[in-house]
Write a protein that binds this ligand. Structure first.
Ligand SMILES: [Zn+2]
Ligand SMILES: [Zn+2]
Length: 368
């Protein structure tokens, strides 16, 4: 079968910038040298580009995980154009199809089933996607004037941001070429591939603690270079959550940015999936993995028993917590410490800890 038409703009863009990165950047570094402050500025631009994609293109526009003030949306539209990953409209339309048809060979525009190269970059090099440019799944975004504006002026914005901004900063700092190479070329190639890893590596390498219905993986290492998007297994099951790394110790600067902005009124309506639903998904997967591993009948029976218990306890715990939240609002009126609810709460907390231990033993086939 004949291959689809090559897209020369992307093919040349990716190859020329890559070749320039491995030749011109080291050459200039050895012959003229780069200053620390130039590295820092390039790093900052990389961060603005990356988070415009993760917080803006991805969590805001593709998934509507929160709402943002127009000034923040404008910021994301500008630095997002600089990231040169297509306009907000094209990006989000493709991404919504990626979620709706994840892993489908034809309908997922960057299906991981078609291999590392295709899902990383190959999908952009030829005209593979028959639905490209079909914006019927982003009607909501067509009402956002900033999105419409970025679509209209995308190419001039890309050029202005990629050439104009580094050149201006370089002029102010005294070395235009150095900034064009570090803040232009090197930053663009890194920014590209860090994002592309989410479509390729985050669907290949890592764990699946929440669902095995698709290829998406949780990978803490990838989170480090993707501004928190490495927790991709969680993201694919709960895509409307503004968080990807839900634990406090998980590296998700995009989540911190969105949350931080909510404190100064730049973002609001942050969506979170309830702890109960998250924990239920995790327990279900733990049960599935353990039952595939265990062979002894008694161990399997124990696992089944503990699964019932632990699921029910989580359900009750969730109910109690809801009551507790409501109760806390009236805390001043009532004496919380001596209340019946508080006693129940404390009892349940300690029985949950016991139960967690039994659940772990049952999963390892050690409960007799
Ligand atoms: Zn994905
Ligand atoms: Zn997504």
């Amino acid at each position: 079968m004949e291959k689809p038409r090559r897209i020369w703009v992307t093919t040349l863009l990716f190859s020329i910038t890559f070749v320039a990165m491995v030749t011109l950047v080291p050459w200039y570094g050895f012959t003229h040298g780069f200053e620390l402050r130039e590295w820092i500025v390039a790093g900052l631009i990389l961060m603005f580009n990356g988070t415009a994609i993760t917080a803006g293109y991805h969590r805001l526009w593709s998934h509507k995980a929160y709402q943002a003030h127009w000034s923040l949306r404008l910021w994301f539209a500008l630095w997002g154009a600089m990231a040169t990953q297509n306009s907000i409209m094209n990006w989000t339309s493709g991404h919504r199809r990626h979620h709706a048809f994840v892993d489908d060979y034809d309908k997922d525009p960057y299906s991981a089933r078609r291999g590392f190269w295709f899902s990383h970059i190959g999908w952009m090099l030829r005209d593979y996607d028959p639905k490209a440019g079909d914006f019927s799944n982003i009607k909501d975004l067509q009402r956002d004037p900033i999105v419409v504006w970025q679509q209209k002026y995308y190419v001039p914005l890309v050029l202005l941001m990629n050439v104009g901004v580094p050149a201006l900063i370089g002029f102010l700092m005294g070395d235009v070429v150095a900034m064009l190479l570090l803040g232009g070329v090197l930053r663009l190639v890194l920014s590209h591939h860090f994002t592309f890893f989410i479509n390729s590596l985050a669907h290949i390498w890592g764990k699946r603690p929440y669902t095995d219905k698709n290829t998406a993986r949780d990978n803490g290492f990838l989170a480090l270079v993707t501004w928190g998007e490495g927790y991709h297994n969680y993201h694919h099951i709960f895509q409307y959550d503004y968080r990807n790394g839900i634990r406090w110790w998980q590296f998700d600067p995009t989540k911190w940015l969105i949350y931080g902005c909510s404190k100064v009124g730049l973002t609001d309506s942050l969506k979170r999936v309830s702890d109960y639903r998250i924990e239920k998904a995790r327990i279900d997967m733990q049960y599935k993995y353990a039952s595939q591993k265990l062979t002894c009948q008694i161990a399997l029976q124990k696992l089944e028993e503990q699964y019932e218990l632990v699921s029910n306890t989580w359900h009750d715990w969730n109910k109690l917590r809801q009551q507790w939240v409501e109760h806390k609002a009236e805390e001043l009126k009532h004496n919380w410490e001596s209340s019946e609810l508080h006693k129940q709460y404390e009892e349940m907390k300690s029985s949950m800890q016991e139960q967690q231990k039994r659940w772990q033993l049952a999963r390892a086939g050690l409960l007799t």
